[in-house]
Design a protein around this ligand. Structure first.
Ligand code: FAD
Length: 404
């Protein structure tokens, strides 16, 4: 039987970072992954350039049943710490948008960097390797025994870094959740997040033609009475698709969206449309569709008028103010209820996971099961779009890596 101080299961972002940190402290570490290709999610991230952190990352950028949980790890390993590592490896990077840092060349550089950090600590690898069972060692011996398709492994500590359920075709599994269940740890129900939203075919029919249109909007969650119960609001680009809505604005709000409730979109966030139309009434002798097309893409203006029961060729001057106010509200507060999302096959992350009440915020160890750790996306901490999820992966990994 092979013996190690630490077994890390899952060689993705968090797993490699944790293995490297623990191994560089002198711990004997083995890193296991069932995939044959290393860190596919890093490779495809950020459109192939890996948005590896966000310089503004702070606890407010994360969703969790316990919003305080992430504070400790994030404050002890910051975006600046990761940037220092990237610089040490001479990887060129740039800021793209609102603090989002991307590699100049390729996400492969981040994978190579993490591999190199693992080598510096002499991490052992088992990959591809399947873990069939994980048990606590018999009473009195301490530690854990793993059955794998490459033999039995014994270790003092086990770190679960197998991620969430998003993108099953590149190797996502529910392994972490099954281990939590086996050891009696509570879970926050997982669901797809940072995901495009869909609408039923009938209600979406007027908008199908608009697929491909993109524009900057404000988006927020709305309850049936039009309140914003989560307080979440984003100004980002929205993209119309054949089945619904996507783009950064929708991905962001999807993480806060509760099925069955509406979202509210302001398609003209810089303009009070009703006021502008009423003012234009006296001076502009144009048709409504043409007036609206000053501010919105013409195809979208036409589709929106049709969907809300307005005739595009109506003369603005003939329209009662009450009608213009109704149109203004329809566009400044477009309220619509998604029927669902594109699900795990398109979701960038999984919301929910191991309930943080089961874990130490300093070390990420399960308080009921000494020696068992959960890091990265397995845990109920989910970041916004924009490098926040990788920053959580690095920070939670380091918290565990200095503790195991
Ligand atoms: P992962 O990186 O998913 O790693 C989990 C590892 O566990 C994988 O290697 C997997 O093969 C392995 N594994 C799973 N099950 C088992 C098992 N049963 N046995 C053994 N091994 C197993 N976040 C950002 O911050 N910036 C971005 O630019 C960004 N872009 C993204 C783009 C896409 C398309 C997607 C899907 C996600 C993106 N994310 C991005 C999110 C980010 O990739 C994840 O939050 C992050 O990878 C989570 O790290 P992790 O180590 O917890 O899990």
């Amino acid at each position: 039987m092979a013996k190690f101080d630490v077994v890390v299961i899952g060689a993705g972002a968090a797993g490699m970072m944790c293995a490297a940190t623990a191994a560089q402290r002198g711990r004997r570490v083995v890193l296991i992954d069932h995939a044959s290709k290393l860190a596919e999610k890093i490779r495809i991230s950020g459109g192939g350039r890996c948005n590896f952190t966000n310089i503004n990352a702070a606890p407010a950028n994360y969703l969790s049943e316990n919003p305080h949980f992430c504070k400790s790890a994030l404050s002890r390993y910051t975006a600046a710490d990761f940037i220092a590592l990237v610089k040490k490896h001479r990887i060129g990077y740039h800021e793209k948008h609102r603090g989002q840092l991307f590699c100049d060349d390729s996400a492969e550089q981040i994978i190579d960097m993490l591999k190199d950090e693992c080598s510096r600590g002499d991490v052992h690898w088992r990959m591809p390797c399947k873990v069939a069972a994980l048990q606590q060692a018999p009473a009195g011996l301490g530690g854990f025994v793993l059955q794998t398709d490459q033999g039995e492994i014994e270790a003092d500590s086990v770190v679960i870094a197998t991620g969430g359920l998003s993108i099953p075709k590149i190797g996502a599994t529910d392994f972490g959740y099954r281990i939590a269940e086996q050891f009696g740890l509570r879970m926050v129900a997982p669901r797809p997040a940072l995901v495009p939203l869909t609408f039923d075919a009938q209600s979406w029919a007027p908008f199908v033609e608009m697929a491909g249109i993109a524009l900057e909007v404000d988006v927020e969650t709305g309850s049936v009475k039009g309140r914003n119960p989560t307080g979440a609001r984003f100004r980002e680009d929205l993209l119309f698709t054949h089945r619904g809505l996507s783009g950064p604005a929708i991905l962001q709000i999807s993480s806060y969206w509760t099925p069955g409730t509406p979202i509210v979109i302001n398609l003209l966030p810089e303009l009070d449309l009703a006021a502008a139309l009423i003012e234009a009434k006296g001076t502009v002798r144009k048709q409504l569709g043409n007036v609206l097309a000053q501010w919105l893409p013409a195809r979208l203006a036409e589709g929106l008028l049709h969907a809300h029961g307005f005739a595009g060729d109506a003369r603005l001057a003939d329209m009662p103010d009450a009608q213009l106010r109704k149109l203004g509200a329809a566009i400044n507060q477009w309220t619509l209820t998604p029927s669902g999302s594109e699900g795990y096959k398109k979701a960038e992350v999984t919301r929910g996971g191991i309930d943080t009440r089961e874990l130490s915020q300093q070390s990420m160890m399960a308080t009921k099961v000494p020696g068992l750790y959960f890091i990265g996306e397995t845990v109920d901490v989910t970041g916004w779009l924009g490098g926040y999820n990788f920053q959580w992966a690095w920070a939670s990994a380091v918290a565990a890596g200095i503790s195991v």
